[in-house]
Design a protein around this ligand. Structure first.
Ligand SMILES: Cc1cc2nc3c(=O)[nH]c(=O)nc-3n(C[C@H](O)[C@H](O)[C@H](O)COP(=O)(O)OP(=O)(O)OC[C@H]3O[C@@H](n4cnc5c(N)ncnc54)[C@H](O)[C@@H]3O)c2cc1C
Length: 450
């Protein structure tokens, strides 16, 4: 045995990736995962799809604690909260046990932010984060007709589509004037909103939720002075890093209110690296690959990548996360939207007003049946002409193009370079002979040249 004791707090994407990688990197280490959750190793991303019957709770959960113990040699302690961490003694307390560690990975994720309004604690008011949340909500939905969803972000929209498909009257209430705020541009989000409105989902925009009304149970929601009937209310109003454990250890918290880490996911206290302590996933802020500043990724794909790095480093092997463009994608019944790098809104947060190019083409050759319109928008830094963001709305095939453009962004390619060097494969059932991404690059170059 190497004798190394590695404790991981949290069994989400980051925690389970860290634990598995730590065991791979040092098979002799004793690896323990401690989690408040009852289910482990599942993707919360799939929860909306259970509501409309496309998958099941059982299919979501990949493995249970017994599997990890038997097959991977990893101890997983479920439904147990870590209540104390002693950085000096290097031990964590959970339930009535103390676990000594040589390396600690904090993967405590995030919690759903619910606005502090009257009625938020009424029965039939829910958030969607865990399988447990999902199962409770599923029960409540059985007798519900009107569902109000607070928040038109990606999770709110996925839930709206799923519940509309399950036959509910769905109203989405959003305080901003666009759907998918922050990560999508208003013009791109408007296409999605229009599509979902035509599918029967009601949107109420620029309307902060003021109150949930009801006696014991939610009956309606008041937003911008109007009441909307609600048998069930779901808050999908964003997530915040869960900082309970980092605060116990007095770790450095950054300007985005999340844990600051070095590229190897090691944490800091008062500006100094803390030996043997790492963090990964929704609980950390990380370096943007587009600008020299921090960003909140809070994506499952990023959590896995960071978890692998944290796990490997906890096992004493070298690894580095680097920076992220945070590519994301969302599939909403007949329409997909995805993005990477910065939106115009995010760019303005970093003090940049990007120049953009946008084109609408088709997802298949003009004469080939089944294609849909595809709109591609590219954003570039007006000073360096470097491509800093991309968004795509189409009926199909968004993910591959977003991944392609993520590499372009991470390589620091300029609009001029891209126009000269980019190439696309082609056949009629899969795209146009000149891919719409290249047509959007032409438009971007035209706008840069003014
Ligand atoms: C409905 C939904 C849909 C999503 N869809 C997508 C998608 O399509 N694509 C995508 O990339 N991302 C998606 N995400 C985001 C993605 O799921 C998260 O970014 C990812 O799960 C974060 O993983 P994590 O391990 O950092 O944190 P979490 O999954 O939040 O896990 C945190 C863990 O820490 C535990 N914990 C916290 N405090 C303690 C404590 N004191 N003691 C013990 N245990 C503790 C919790 O019990 C939990 O197990 C979605 C999220 C949701 C909720």
């Amino acid at each position: 045995m190497s004798g190394r004791r590695i404790v991981v707090i949290g069994s989400g994407a980051a925690g389970m990736s860290a634990a598995s990688e730590a065991k791979r990197a040092d098979p002799e280490a004793a690896v323990t995962v401690i989690t408040e959750d009852s289910d482990i190793a599942y993707s919360p991303c799939a929860i909306p799809w259970v509501f409309e019957g496309r998958t099941t709770w059982d299919a979501l959960v990949m493995h249970d604690a017994a599997f990890y113990g038997k097959e991977r040699g990893i101890e997983v302690v479920t439904e147990t909260s870590v209540s104390a961490v002693d950085g000096e003694k290097r031990s964590v307390t959970a339930g009535d046990r103390e676990y000594a560690y040589d390396a600690l990975v904090i993967a405590t994720g995030s919690t759903v932010f619910v606005p502090p309004i009257e009625g938020k604690d009424l029965e039939n008011v829910y958030t969607i984060k865990t399988v447990r949340d999902g199962k409770r909500l599923e029960q409540a939905l059985k007798d519900a007709r009107h569902v109000v969803i607070g928040g038109a972000g990606v999770i709110g929209l996925e839930a709206a589509v799923a519940l509309r498909n399950a036959g509910k009257e769905v109203t989405v209430i959003e305080m901003m004037d666009q759907a998918i705020p922050r990560i999508a541009d208003p013009d791109m989000a408007a296409m999605v909103q229009e599509h979902l409105e035509s599918a029967g989902i009601r949107f109420v925009m620029k309307a902060p939720i003021q109150k949930v009304n009801g006696t014991g149970k939610a009956e309606s929601v008041t937003a911008a002075g109007t009441d909307y009937p609600a048998d069930v209310v779901i808050f999908a109003t964003g997530v915040r890093a869960d900082l309970r454990i980092p605060r116990m250890l007095e770790l450095d918290i950054g300007q985005l209110n999340a844990v600051v880490t070095a590229p190897n996911m090691q944490v800091y206290r008062r500006g100094r690296l803390v030996p043997g302590v790492f963090a990964a996933g929704d609980v950390v802020q990380c370096q943007s690959s587009v600008v020299s500043g921090p960003t909140m990724s809070q994506l499952g794909s990023t959590a896995v990548k960071q978890g692998l790095v944290a796990g490997r480093c906890a096992a004493g092997k070298p690894a580095s996360f680097g920076a992220t463009a945070s590519p994301w994608v969302c599939s909403l019944e007949g329409i997909e939207i995805g993005g990477t790098g910065m939106s115009a809104g995010l760019a303005s947060w970093y003090g940049m007003t990007p120049v953009s190019g946008k084109t609408t083409g088709l997802t298949r050759a003009r004469y080939y049946p089944g294609g849909t319109p595809m709109t591609v928008k590219l954003l570039a830094d007006p000073a360096s002409h470097r491509i800093v963001g991309a968004q795509i709305v189409a009926g199909e095939d968004v993910t591959g193009r977003i991944n392609w453009l993520t590499s372009v962004i991470n390589e620091g390619v300029t609009a001029e370079d891209f126009a000269v060097r980019a190439e696309n494969a082609y056949c009629p059932p899969t795209n146009m002979v000149r891919d719409t991404v290249l047509a959007a690059a032409d438009d971007l170059l035209k706008n840069i040249e003014g």
